[in-house]
Design a protein around this ligand. Sequence first.
Ligand code: HEM
Length: 133
Amino acid sequence: MTLFAALKLVHMSCAFLSISGFTLRGYWMLSGNPLLRSRATRVVPHIIDSLLLATAVGMLFIWRVSPLQVDWLCAKIVALLAYIGLGMVALRFAKTARVKTIAWLLALCCAGYIIVVAYTKNPMGLMLLPPAA
Ligand code: HEM
């Protein structure tokens, strides 16, 4: 296995863990589960997300490209920032259950968009699909 393939495997695993963990924390938030405030719940996501970004940087280093040169990487970064911001609103800053829920669902939409862009390598994502006959 090449170094690139290993980095990509870790990157994809962290992406899966990051989004699953965020989905679970949102569920805990909505159901009032005290596990949301446990030490592990607060620390582990930072470790996974740091690894996710570090492996992305590693792959770009091997490719020798700046993410700003590649449109689908720019789209991933913008969507990632939106995912992080909406996630903070959902899990930390929002005061009402309604705002928390909306922010959580929008953050999950951003995560879905990031995955589609990762596979299609195109910022248009699902809009690339041919229209149904
Ligand atoms: C929540 C955030 C992210 C998720 C869910 C995610 C998800 C993925 C997935 C599923 C793949 C595999 C795609 C394939 O098999 O072709 C991938 C590949 C990749 N991602 Fe990410 N990613 C995220 C953030 C980022 C960021 C911020 C960057 C860098 C700006 C990045 C750079 C890359 C690169 C360079 C690849 C390799 C593409 C290839 O092999 O052709 N990712 N990502």
